[in-house]
Design a protein. Structure first.
Ligand code: GLN
Length: 485
């Protein structure tokens, strides 16, 4: 096996036994990026000098007996995470030349452990999208089939794993942006409970929904990386002050006694037959491992997409007001006067989808429409949340598809935003409810595109979805398959 194909867990052992150095692993990854990224475009910025410097420091940490979980492991970050002294664009022209003045907490926690930063990954602009086509730095291609999208918005984070350009990456998930690209690229993606991981230093999209999480080759690595980034942060008032369990030791290979709910609203007629088949097989596998299945109902599921696109755009319109060309970001050079400068800067700096969302959100919040749209959406959000609370009274976790279809073709949905929004139907309710969810590889379509399985847990129930995902993974071989590049 090549160095670039290894996991956090396997590299940890190899580093500990001095079979390899972090500098060697890092060079292997940088060569791999060099060889593959002209085809995939997973990276917006590659940081080879920084990476080699970090790797040398990590080797010293290991030599002096100070190794932690991530010491010497080469990783990459969605370009939404602020990285001290390194360009952070959020895939927008608006932040084209923005050098972050400090680190996001999640990255800071990895950095103190000695993780090695390979670079910053492509995404949909300001995390708005489901295909990674809304980037000012060009689209990212799916390593399994380059005519297809990798999913979004954390498309670069998923594609980099599938193309074996990074051992692990971080993404963010506001409405599915970790789980859906993980599903489309055949990797593991975990959206933690709202409040589990600090959002400090993560560029805000919709603050009541945004959450940071790991994207990895397997479930063990997801548990290791979550353990490194989770926990209370006084700098993020929405992070929750409760102890971080040892996620790695929660990985029991056993589903005996676990009650899994199948929400009937998620197994609909329009489901792609290959996705349906993968779900049927997964259910059979989990059953053979001792799980018990129960059909349940989440009756307000149908309202989730509409609710989400009102709340997310409303919050986005407010969050994105800070980009006015005065303090940071793009400033128009062709404007006259202050107001014109702000308007021109925004007109030039934002892409079409971001503008669409700002307009939608501003409309939903405007007086006269606030009650009809925003307030109503907030009420429906509570109903959706209650659906899950009710369901978790009778089952431990839920099993659903991640997306109704495998990765679609590049360009297929760009002219029809509504179709694009609808592809988030199974991931969005999870963010509205604030619960946790994981996507695990569960098969392939006839055309060889990966299909993911979604497991949902109670608030702060990451251990149970990790355990179920791990048991499923150990019983199947989907996670061992590799895209030919
Ligand atoms: N596709 C959804 C959107 O465009 C979700 C994006 C996300 O989770 N960041 O809003």
């Amino acid at each position: 096996m090549q160095l670039y194909e290894q996991t956090i867990f396997s590299l940890q052992q190899m580093l500990k036994q001095r079979q390899v150095s972090s500098v060697e692993i890092t060079k292997a990854m940088l060569n791999r990026i060099e060889a593959t990224d002209s085809a995939i475009n997973a990276f917006i910025t590659v940081t080879p000098e920084q990476a080699l410097k970090d790797a040398k420091a990590a080797d010293q940490m290991i030599a002096s007996g100070q190794a932690a979980t991530l010491t010497g492991i080469p990783v990459a970050l969605k370009d939404i995470f602020l990285t001290d002294g390194i360009r952070t664009t959020c895939a927008s022209r608006m932040l084209d030349n923005f050098i972050a003045p400090y680190d996001a907490t999640a990255w800071g926690r990895m950095k103190v452990q000695g993780a090695v930063l390979l670079g910053k990954l492509n995404q949909d602009e300001f995390a708005m999208g489901s295909s990674c086509e809304n980037s000012a730095f060009g689209l990212t291609r799916n390593p399994w089939n380059q005519d297809h999208i990798p999913g979004g918005s954390s498309g670069g984070s998923a594609a980099a794993i599938a193309a074996q350009q990074a051992v692990a990456t971080l993404g963010t998930d506001t409405g599915g942006s970790i789980r859906q690209p993980a599903s489309h690229c055949g990797c593991v993606g975990l959206k933690p409970t709202y409040g589990r991981v600090s959002r400090y230093g993560v560029i805000s999209y919709a603050s009541s929904l945004d959450q940071v999480g790991p994207m990895t080759r397997d479930v063990t690595d997801a548990a290791l990386l979550l353990g490194a980034i989770a926990g209370y942060d006084p700098k993020d008032s929405t992070s929750v002050d409760c102890p971080v369990p040892d996620y790695h030791s929660a990985l029991k290979n056993d589903l005996k006694g676990m009650k899994i709910g199948l929400p009937k609203e998620y197994f609909i007629d329009g489901l792609d037959p290959d996705v349906q088949k993968a779900m049927d097989q997964a259910i059979a596998t989990c059953r053979s491992l001792g799980a018990e299945f129960v059909e349940i109902s989440l009756p307000h599921t149908n309202y989730a997409v509409a609710t989400y696109y009102l709340i997310a755009t409303a919050e986005a319109s407010s969050n994105l007001a800070r980009y006015e060309g005065v303090r940071f970001g793009h400033r128009s050079e062709t404007s006259s006067g202050l107001i014109d400068m702000m308007m021109q800067s925004r007109a030039e700096g934002f892409g079409a989808e971001v503008k669409r969302r700002i307009m939608l959100g501003t409309y939903a919040l405007s007086s006269g429409y606030y009650d009809a749209y925003y307030l109503k959406a907030q009420k429906v959000r509570t109903l959706i949340q209650r659906d899950f609370i009710e369901a978790f009274k009778s089952v431990d976790i839920l099993l659903t598809p991640v997306a109704p279809t495998p990765a679609f073709r590049i360009g297929e949905k760009t002219s029809d935003p509504l179709q694009m929004y609808l592809s988030d139907i199974f991931t969005i309710p999870v963010n509205l409810a604030g619960i946790c969810g994981i996507s695990v590889p569960a098969g392939f379509s006839k055309d060889g595109l990966p299909i993911g399985l979604q497991l949902l847990g109670r608030p702060f129930g990451e251990e149970s979805i990790l355990r179920a995902a791990y048991s499923f993974e150990q019983a199947t071989e989907w996670h061992t398959k590799k895209a030919a590049l």
